[in-house]
Write a protein that binds this ligand. Sequence first.
Ligand SMILES: Nc1nc2c(ncn2[C@@H]2O[C@H](COP(=O)(O)OP(=O)(O)O)[C@@H](O)[C@H]2O)c(=O)[nH]1
Ligand SMILES: [Mg+2]
Length: 317
Amino acid sequence: MPSPGTLDDWFTRRTFSPDDLDLDALIARKRATGQTVSLVLPARNEADTIVGVIEAGRSLVGRLVDELVVIDGGSSDGTAELAAAAGAIVYDDNRIMSDFGRARGKGDALWRSLRVTAGDIVAFVDTDIRNPDPRFVWGIVAPLLLDDGIDYVKAFYDRPIDAGGVLQPSGGGRVTELLARPLLNLFWPELAGLVQPLSGEYAGRRTVLERVPFFTGYGVELGLLLDILVLRGADAIAQVDIGRRVHRNQQLPSLSRMAFAIARVALERLSSADRARFADELGTRYVQFSRDDHGRITVEPTDVADVERPPIASLPR
Ligand SMILES: Nc1nc2c(ncn2[C@@H]2O[C@H](COP(=O)(O)OP(=O)(O)O)[C@@H](O)[C@H]2O)c(=O)[nH]1
Ligand SMILES: [Mg+2]
């Protein structure tokens, strides 16, 4: 287990701020090294915000970004049409790698995106951002261009929570604070210095992203971190301070299902690394409750398991 000194050292060397970086210098560095960058935007029913996020990304196309694609998860609110009109290449996630069946969630969309993009660096940015800014993109790409020893970069930011129309300065990131970070501190202390392990904005080298599995749903962020930690070590992981992100806050019941999926990934990885043994296989059924028309409490089970997609590099071309 690393000593606290090691963690401080990681935090100091692996935490970046766009304020200290210069976009023009990054563009020059990208040209000099000949690396290409793909920007992947997963979207399911994001008609309110998709165009703003695409415009932020498009302002970098031809300079820092070589291709911009939206991976649409069967939106019914016109997201795909808005994205195409805003100049993005749009894919229906079900139509990529359809031999694996229908896409099962955000993680599946990101995994499939690797087959329709070509950049040496792949940047994933969520599309529910209400304050889009090119920094969300170039901020996460920058450490990869600047340091060959870095393979994977996570964004972090303050997450104002929208409480009844009033923006409060903190309080977002409940699953992060109440589940993900406690688990990392307990079992993967090398990653305890990550401010937002579950953030939806991250970039990685294709060589690494193609060598790790992807969980198909909300387990994807934790799964990638844990698997890249094993593959490349904590020093290959970095984080960038993007400042502030305003986005949709989910309701507690959906956060609860998300927490189940994430806990399951952590326990699965402990078990597969032989760090924990469970008598039975981890279940997939998650029980929640609601009241019926007569005011009686009823049980509502859902199936929340993420399927694990194999590393792209393990598949036939
Ligand atoms: N293609 C695709 N995108 C999805 C799916 N589910 C969520 N997304 C997108 O993934 C991003 C993160 O989803 P979100 O619901 O905001 O999750 P959270 O940020 O973890 O609360 C957003 O940009 C969503 O539009 C899906 O099933 N397919
Ligand atoms: Mg979100």
